[in-house]
Design a protein around this ligand. Structure first.
Ligand SMILES: *Cc1c(COP(=O)(O)O)cnc(C)c1O
Length: 410
């Protein structure tokens, strides 16, 4: 096993990320906010520069060379996304502006498919982007939102999920990995059980796909969403995967150019998949760079990434727990390299500000998951989230910075 980890040459990998060389407040940057967004390797930056320097043009419209080059590159990127996530067809991949956009396409699309009294189940571990659109859908349709509760460790209570499921259940939504706690949810079971009652399932993979390569066909999931910017790609681009039959059932989300077949003032017919959901000029450069980011991550290898990040998680957990009064929230055995914690009664924001002065970037607050904070009766946490380009030495710097902050604040 040691051999695998050696294969992931972290010092060499760090050379790929120009930002990791910078200083913050006179100290070397220690970037532990990977669950909010990942950093960008030079190959992805180069792809963006190359696009704007050499073939910037609108796609699917022009017969001229630049437009064709841009169109080809964009469609190659779609195929890369399809292959990475193992979807059956490229037209099942809708390139969106990100997870939030993707979820809203589905939530809005279900408006005419639900009636009063239908039920939607979400997990207690959701990001706000996976709660609010369903609440809005319930308001429009009279459907009822049910929540799978969690335990103290931050794990979903699967026996309660069993009881919530019924013929009335039309949709089930959960993230694969909680961005606030790092819990890996048992999505295979969640999907299978939902299908037994005939409900569709949407999995929010925003937090899992930086760590785990999903296999959409094997999961047999109906919808899957993620954002490129958590996967070493640029912001403002992501995917909505939908099974062909589902995408055909949903109406378009936005009207505009690109998404039509024929337009007259009497009637418009829509384009086929995926264009039906891609109105207007998309983030062409972002889509192309997303494909390059996937190539980069696959070049490193998700098995090596998972193994190394597990090592960082174990080391980080152990070192953080040495700090007096530190409590970790989210202690499932099945979790990824996210550690959410508080130290005594000190406000997370105060600690976050001091460690930033020492060059360490952590997240503080409710992490867009207020219901989880309410569960623990806390205003928020400090969250350190590790990526494959982080090191144990950086964890030592975090621990020293936290000790200093605690001394200053107590
Ligand atoms: C980041 C994140 C989102 C939101 O992603 P955007 O790129 O901001 O749309 C949704 N769900 C989870 C679990 C996330 O981690």
């Amino acid at each position: 096993m040691q051999k695998e980890i050696d294969m992931l040459d972290v010092q060499k990998i760090r050379e790929d990320f120009p930002i990791l060389k910078r200083e913050v407040n006179g100290k070397p940057l220690v970037y532990f906010d990977n669950a909010a967004t990942s950093q960008t390797p030079q190959v992805v930056i180069d792809a963006i520069v190359d696009y704007y320097s050499n073939y910037n043009a609108n796609i699917h419209r022009g017969v001229h060379t630049l437009s064709q080059e841009a169109t080809d590159a964009y469609e190659i990127a779609r195929k890369k996304v399809q292959n990475h996530f193992n979807a059956a067809h490229p037209h099942e991949i809708i390139l969106t502006s990100g997870t939030t956009h993707s979820i809203n396409i589905v939530a809005t699309g279900f408006t005419n498919l639900l009636t009063k009294g239908d039920e939607i189940i979400v997990s207690a571990l959701e990001h706000h982007s996976n709660i609010v659109p369903w609440q809005m859908l319930c308001e429009r349709t009279g459907a009822i939102l049910k929540v799978i509760p969690m335990n103290e460790e931050g794990e979903l209570l699967m026996d309660v999920y069993d009881q919530l499921l019924s013929k009335k259940t039309k949709l089930v939504f959960t993230n694969h990995i909680s961005n606030a706690l790092g819990t890996i949810n048992p999505i295979e079971k969640i999907i299978n059980k939902a299908h037994q009652v005939g409900a569709a399932v949407l999995i929010d993979g925003a937090q899992s796909c930086p760590h785990i390569k999903p296999n959409i066909q094997e999961l047999d999931v109906d919808f899957y969403v993620a954002s490129a910017h958590k996967l070493c790609g640029p912001t403002g681009v992501g995917l909505l995967y939908g099974k062909e039959e589902w995408l055909n059932k949903l109406p378009p989300y936005q009207g505009g150019g690109e998404m039509i077949d024929q337009v007259t003032f009497e009637k418009t017919t829509y384009a086929g998949l995926p264009h039906k959901f891609e109105a207007g000029t998309p983030n062409i450069c972002g889509g192309i760079a997303f494909g390059v980011a996937l190539d980069y991550m696959n070049g490193i290898g998700f098995d090596a990434i998972a193994e190394y990040e597990k090592e960082l998680l174990d080391y980080g957990t152990q070192q953080l727990l040495e700090i007096e009064g530190l409590k970790i929230y989210g202690t499932s055995k099945n979790k990824t390299s996210v550690i959410s914690f508080n130290i005594g009664a000190i406000h997370p924001y105060d600690i976050g500000s001091i460690v930033d002065k020492l060059g360490v970037a952590v997240r503080t607050g409710h992490h867009c998951a207020q219901p989880i904070m309410d569960f623990y009766k806390i205003p928020g946490t400090i969250r350190a989230s590790f990526s494959f380009y982080n090191t144990k030495e950086e964890i030592d710097i975090l621990v020293a910075a936290l000790k200093k902050a605690t001394m200053m604040l107590s």
